[in-house]
Ligand binder design. Structure first.
Ligand SMILES: C[S@@+](CC[C@H](N)C(=O)[O-])C[C@H]1O[C@@H](n2cnc3c(N)ncnc32)[C@H](O)[C@@H]1O
Ligand code: SF4
Length: 425
């Protein structure tokens, strides 16, 4: 593997490492999963009204499968009733575009969970839904709020109309700002706005414009996503910014957000202190299990990670197979990876990479980070990517920029091999 030093000198880019092991490595069969008592719940809604050029997430556009999918989803939730009796700390609807659900359908899902676990509204710190600006209207989101939704994560991607057009999206800046104003009127306490870095036609200057326009609306949380080139998308790569410019955008974003009073919550998230957050990710990184429902949904238990019917090429087929499996009382779980003690240690570092508690690490794994990874520790120090005191190893500002590249150096041999062998299907 190329050294970190060379990778950084060449401004190599690695897409966000959200979970470890990465889903491309799920090649095992399922064994019994063990969940933590406090639990995150994820629901995948794979329907959209548009196919954005860069997006490889599991979804279908303008489909008539919604009702049958919903029936299957409710059945899958009921089948997992014993796990859902744990303390549900977060519920997140992701997609696709879950904000396209009608209030009736969203209520059906939440009711199904709360019939199993009537305490959910007391234990959940966060009930969150992803949305596109065009799907926001006052009546629907007032009802969503009454159902317990307290966080809306809305994908703007850019506030430059020519870029929206190139992405084949419909949220021109006027619609985006209207949607923000509606969500403010509804009184959603945690408004999250997503912006992307490196979409077609975007320049460093136009990215800066999107950020300064967005900051005026004071969203509690902002997520910045550098575009990952996913299989089977329609993104045209000839007019994308360079990797070096992507890193420049990270620095520009950080400066603008910090100057505006935001706090950098993690490598790609800025929050208004004590207001913004993404608890589902925080709790996952703190070691809470996550159970996912729906096509392509992943579950992260203590001893195993697994995924329901999925394809990154044939999205509709995967969704139909998921529905079929559920209707035929078959398990929709198709692939998994068992976590060895070594993988658990690597996962712990990756999830805590921004600030690793040295004492806690030694307590858990009976070794220090430096003893376990002497060469990497030295490289991180020499390259000024970490700072260290007696308690913690923390990423520096430079380290935060290169967080995903650093994570890649923590992947085990086995995970690297499985990643290399992976072919989209
Ligand atoms: C699954 S989308 C859901 C939001 C909603 N469907 C929308 O598009 O507005 C969640 C976020 O993932 C990000 N995303 C989508 N495709 C991406 C890609 N190829 N690389 C990086 N981030 C991506 C976008 O910022 C998007 O807002
Ligand atoms: S970015 Fe959002 S709206 Fe666009 S295709 Fe992906 S999930 Fe659907």
């Amino acid at each position: 593997m190329t050294s970190l030093k060379t990778q950084i000198e060449n401004f190599e880019f690695h897409p966000e490492v959200y979970v470890y092991p990465t889903p491309r490595t799920y090649t095992s069969k399922l064994t019994k999963a063990e969940f933590t008592k406090d639990l995150n719940v994820y629901i995948h809604i794979p329907f959209c009204k548009q196919a954005c050029t860069y997006c490889g997430y599991l979804k279908i556009v303008n489909s008539d499968l919604q009702e049958t999918y919903l029936d299957a989803l409710l059945k899958e939730i009921k089948t997992n009733h014993s796990i859902l009796k744990n303390n549900i700390k977060t519920l997140h609807f992701g997609g696709g575009t879950p904000s396209l659900l009608s209030t009736k359908n969203l209520k059906q899902i939440i009711d199904t969970i709360s019939n199993i676990n009537p305490n959910i509204l007391n234990t959940a710190d966060e009930m969150s839904i992803e949305a596109t600006p065009e799907s926001i209207n006052y009546k629907k989101f007032s009802e969503f709020k009454k159902l317990g939704i307290n966080r809306v994560s809305m994908g703007l991607q850019t506030l430059v109309d020519s870029e929206i057009k190139l992405c084949k999206r419909n949220n021109f800046s006027k619609q985006s700002i209207e949607a923000i104003n509606i969500l403010r009127k509804v009184g959603i306490p945690n408004l999250v706005l997503d912006l992307m870095i490196g979409i077609e036609g975007q320049t460093v200057e136009s990215f800066k414009h999107s950020i300064t326009s967005l900051i005026k609306h004071r969203p509690e949380t902002v997520e910045l996503y550098a575009v990952g080139l996913m299989p089977n998308t329609r993104i045209k790569t000839h007019n994308l910014m360079t990797k070096k410019e992507i890193y420049e955008c990270y620095d520009i974003g950080r400066k603008l957000f910090l100057d505006a009073g935001y706090h950098q919550d993690c490598h790609n998230r800025y929050v208004i202190p004590n207001k913004g957050s993404f608890f589902q990710e925080d709790y996952l990184f703190q070691g809470l299990s996550l159970i996912g429902f729906g096509a392509g949904a992943r579950t992260y238990a203590k001893n195993i990670h697994y995924r329901n019917n999925y394809s990154n090429k044939a999205h509709k087929k995967a969704i139909l197979e998921y529905i079929d499996d559920i209707n035929n009382n078959k398990s929709p779980i198709k692939s998994a990876i068992i976590l060895t003690e070594n993988e658990k240690m690597r996962q712990y570092i990756i999830y805590n990479i921004e600030s690793l508690d040295k004492k806690e690490f030694r307590r858990k794994f009976n070794i220090s980070f430096q003893e376990q990874f002497p060469q990497l520790h030295q490289d991180l120090t020499n390259l000024n990517l970490i700072q260290e005191d007696w308690r913690r190893i923390s990423l520096t500002t430079k380290g935060l920029n290169f967080r995903d590249l650093i994570c890649k150096h923590l992947f085990s041999e086995n995970v690297r091999k499985l990643e290399e062998e992976y072919r989209p299907k």
